[in-house]
Structure formats: C-alpha cells, structure tokens
Design a protein around this ligand. Structure first.
Ligand code: G4P
Length: 535
C-alpha cells in the first residue's frame, strides 16, 4: 500500500511528537509527576487515578492478576497527552520489584529521558541504571529535582550530586526561591521571571501562580534579607550557566538541564512544561548497524521493543509493542519482517492510553503501536512497508540476578527446555547452561527479580512445568565479544570466573566477586567486557 500523505506531512507530524520515558528511583515521585503532567496536559481534570493504579500493583501476584483480569498490560502503558499542539508519548518504566529488562528496553523506544530525582536523596541506584541506557544511546536527558518543598540538598549541592554520580554536566533551567518549608517560588531562567505559588488542596488542581519580576517577587517573599541577597546572587550565576549551556552536548546526553519543583504541590510544573517541549527532541532518525540513518520520510518502518504475553487469559496471545521509526503507519497496512521477508497484515493495531485500549488508525514516527504477535515477531524485529531496512537497536542487558532451575517432574525435561527457549527468544529471561560435573544445569539470568516470577508462572501455565529453583549468587556478569577465543581462554583459566553462552550463543562471563571482576578486567581489558551488547 502506498501512502497518499506527502513527505512533509510526515515530518510535520513527527515534529509535533515528544516520545520520552521517565528515569527515576522508586519513590522519587515518578507517579506523582506523571499524573501532574497529565493534569497540566489536560488529559486529567483531577489528580488521583494514576496513584490509585500504582497502589493496586505493588505486589507481583497482584501484577499478574491485574494483567490477566483486565486483559491489558499495566506495566507497559504508553500515556499520551496533548498540550498546545504537541503530542506527548510518555513510555512507562516500571520500578520497584517489577523493574526488569523491559524497563531498560523501553528507553530504546524513547527520544529523551526525563530524570526525576528526590532532592533529599540525589541520584539513586535505579536512576543510574536507567541513565546508562540513555548514555549508551546518546539521547538527551532533562532533569526534574522533585520534593523541593521538603528539606534536602541545597540546589548547588544537587547539581554536583548529578555531575559526580552520572558524569554529566548539570545546568539549571529553573531555580527554587527558598528551600524546604520556605519554598515559595521558581525562577524561570529563560523568561527571567519568578513564579510564586500557593499550595492547592493536596495538589489535586493546578497551583495558583503569580508571575512576577525578580524585584516584585523578592518584595513579596518572606525570606530574610540575607536569604534574598543570596537568591539574587544565585540567579545571576545560573542565568550565566544556562546561557552558556552547550546545546550540542545536550543533544547527545552529555549535559542535562535541571528544573526544580514539587510534583505533589504543583510547584514548578508550569515552568517545566513551558520548556520541556522545546528541549525534548522530536523523533530522531534511527540508524542501521551500518550507520545509515533512516530518513523519517523513507516509508513506514518500526521495531519491536517489548513483548507482553498472556494479555488475554482466554487466548494464548502475545502483544508486540512497535515504535514507529519512520513513515506513516496505517491500520491494515501490509509490512515485511526484515530478515525473514515474511509479509504480515497489521489488522488490529492498538494504542494504550492509561488503561484504555483504543484501535489505532494511523501512527507517525515517535508513536507506539501494539499489535497481537502474528507469531514471527521477536524483540528487536524490524518491520517495514517499503525501502527495506533492518535496525539493531536493542542491546543485550547484563543480568544481575541468577537462579538455577530444573523441573520437578523428570519426564518434563523436554518441555522445560522448549519453554525456556521460547521465553528467552521473547526476551523474558536469559538462559545459560552451566556444567555441574555430570551434565549441564540451566541457569536463568534477569535484570529484575520479578522476571523469575514471570518465568515460573508462565512455565507452569503454558508448558505445565513446575520449576525447582535454586538461588545462586554471582557478583556480576559481562557479555563477551563473539569469536574471540583468546578472551574466553584467558577468563576460563580463573577459578572465580565462569564463561558460558546463552541460548542464542552469546558468550557471557559470570564473576563471583568484585575482586574477580577486577582480575578479569586486567586480563582481557574492559573493552572486551560489555555491560550492554548488540545481540
Ligand atoms: P514513584 O512513582 O517514583 O515511586 O513515587 P510517587 O509518585 O509514588 O511518590 C512517592 C511518595 O513521595 C508519595 O508519598 C508522594 O506523595 C510523595 N511525593 C511525590 N512528590 C512529592 C513532592 O513534590 N513533595 C512531597 N513532599 N512529597 C512528594 P507516599 O507517602 O508514599 O504516598 P501518599 O501517601 O502521598 O499517597
């Protein structure tokens, strides 16, 4: 099918879109901020429903049943909202126990990251992990320092914290007037005005705001003379810092503009949203492994970044989430699966808006389409309508949790292998074989612990295999380059390193301790030990 839409229409549509994901540590305020973005974006009239949704999904078992009862994916929602002609696609990145490889993969489908940090805690562990993926892809990251209404680090201290933990430059794009309980306004670095706020009832409605010149704001504020002087000095300093921000470095994720505020009380959100759409890039061209950029007008293409099985308990179905990389996607379009040459008709594409599933008639670069897997889709699969292309955008992430598994019923060994192979192909879990003296044992590796529960649940319900699980503690793992036997030999010589392969033949090394990792790095060099690897 050839599209009637002209090239410039596709570029125009792409330019209206901002596809981003929030990167944060649990409790930093991601849910609250998401809800407030929807409130300010006009998609919600009163805040509350997203939190209710979060509250009902804290346990793994709940997660399973919620997924099944509702027949939709709670964990992989794309929240869409539109404000002043800009269409935002916010990709959900689950936290807590449900943090998994999917969370990391989602970032591959985003054009920018919104990093939410708790002002009292600074950059935390999960944020660091998610940030690594943004760094790998060189996508811009915009920072929102949250909970400024509570005691925490001083603004300059939090900038240093970001710089030291993440190795990027942090440039203020707004500045809090007063910290903690004295927090009363936000200085807008670009407009050079102060937004003075009054708390609304539990932040359910937009905050009442007065936009004032610096002098007026200072006159109105209840800060002491010393505090006022300090604020004036800071403002001069940050004006300079923002003006000198290197836009190119920002575009490749080496500099992050930092906004301050309180998601709960709606402080600083208006300032943030005024600039977010200018700072967050519209959909960018994805590159092929050969380094060729796919032009946005080069016909429909997209890739699958997430698969979600068993979304409907009545059918053994599996939804594939496609990020549109170029061109126009239309319902009913026939696409080709890159590498296989197989043709597939996209008859029932959906979009997810919160918990609502809606039929999707058309989509443009930056949009996410979900479709029931016709059987041949895998994580990383590229599909295209015309002008053949194959992306290789999904890296292998390093598993951090390991478990040995066997089947309780020895007659089900075949089903065990078959099931695990399927789950490994779907990207649910990494499966390795490790020798145990008599034969080979199966070892599962995951990024998040919930993945084990998903495997256990699916092995039982789909393959009738009850697993016996034995925890094993490796300190960490690193992927190895393919075809470098000398690297493998050097690593195999050590007692505390274990070289193995996953079911797709990707070599990996498991280390018993930090010391073993350092020894390994010395032996083969860090350039041969990958945290992320193209599969
Ligand atoms: P998450 O999705 O990143 O895990 O965080 P979430 O938004 O659920 O926020 C975690 C806690 O932090 C919540 O409190 C929330 O109300 C609070 N919070 C979020 N933003 C702010 C802020 O700007 N200021 C202050 N003071 N608190 C904030 P909770 O006690 O866990 O839940 P609840 O009792 O408020 O529902």
């Amino acid at each position: 099918m050839s599209t009637a839409t002209s090239e410039s229409d596709i570029t125009k549509e792409a330019k209206k879109r901002r596809t981003f994901a929030i990167i944060s540590h649990p409790d930093a305020g991601k849910t609250t901020l998401t809800e407030k973005l929807l409130l300010y974006g006009g998609a919600l009239h009163e805040a509350g429903s997203i939190r209710a949704r979060k509250a009902s999904r804290h346990a793994a078992s709940d997660w399973m049943s919620i997924e099944q009862e509702r027949g939709i994916s709670v964990t992989s929602s794309v929240l869409r909202f539109e404000k002043e002609g800009i269409k935002y696609n916010l990709l959900d990145t689950p936290g807590h126990k449900d943090f998994s490889e999917d969370t990391l993969r989602t970032l591959v489908a985003a054009d920018s990251g919104l990093m939410v940090i708790d002002v009292a805690k600074g950059v935390e562990e999960q944020t660091e992990k998610l940030f690594e993926v943004c760094k790998l892809r060189e996508v811009p990251v915009i920072t929102f320092v949250n909970k400024c209404d509570r005691p925490g680090m001083e603004p300059l201290e939090i900038l240093s914290n970001i710089e030291n933990k993440l190795g990027i430059e942090a440039v203020p794009a707004s500045w809090p007037m007063g910290y903690g309980h004295k927090f009363q306004g936000i200085y807008d670095v670009i407009e050079k005005k102060v937004h003075m706020y009054q708390k609304s009832e539990h932040g359910a409605k937009k905050a009442v705001t007065e936009v004032l010149d610096l002098e007026e704001a200072l006159a109105k504020s209840d800060m002491s003379k010393v505090e006022k002087e300090a604020f004036e000095e800071e403002v001069m300093l940050i004006d300079d810092m923002y003006e000198n921000m290197d836009r190119e470095e920002y575009a490749t994720g080496k500099v992050t503009p930092v906004f301050f505020g309180s998601a709960l009380h709606n402080f600083g959100l208006d300032v943030f949203l005024n600039y977010f759409h200018q700072l967050a890039p519209h959909p960018q061209q994805y590159k092929t492994p050969e380094g060729m950029a796919r032009d946005l007008n080069d016909g429909f293409s997209g890739f699958i970044f997430k698969m979600q099985a068993n979304m409907n308990p009545d059918h053994r179905d599996c939804a594939a989430f496609i990020r549109v990389a170029s061109g126009k996607f239309e319902r009913g379009q026939q696409v080709t699966i890159a590498g296989l040459g197989k043709k597939v008709k996209m008859s029932t594409p959906h979009t997810l808006m919160g918990d609502d599933r809606q039929l999707m008639e058309e989509a443009y670069p930056g949009d996410i389409v979900s479709i029931f897997n016709p059987g041949s889709f895998r994580i990383g699969t590229t599909i295209f309508e015309q002008n053949e292309v194959k992306f290789d955008v999904i890296p292998l992430f390093t598993p951090e949790h390991f478990q040995k598994v066997a089947t309780k019923d020895p007659f089900k060994r075949k089903q065990l292998r078959e099931g695990l192979k399927q789950l490994s192909e779907e990207g649910v879990v990494h499966v390795f074989e490790v020798p145990n003296g008599v034969g080979n044992e199966l070892l599962l590796g995951t990024v998040g612990v919930l993945q084990f529960e998903v495997v256990e649940h699916r092995m039982l319900t789909e393959y009738g295999v009850e697993l016996i699980k034995t925890p094993v503690s490796y300190h960490c793992a690193r992927w190895l380059p393919n075809g470098k036997d000398d690297v493998i030999e050097k690593l195999e010589a050590s007692y505390s390193t274990h070289v193995t392969k996953d079911m797709e033949d990707n070599p990996i090394v498991l280390f018993d301790s930090q010391y073993a990792l350092s020894q390994g790095e010395e032996k083969v060099g860090t350039e041969n030990l990958f945290k992320f690897k193209q599969g």
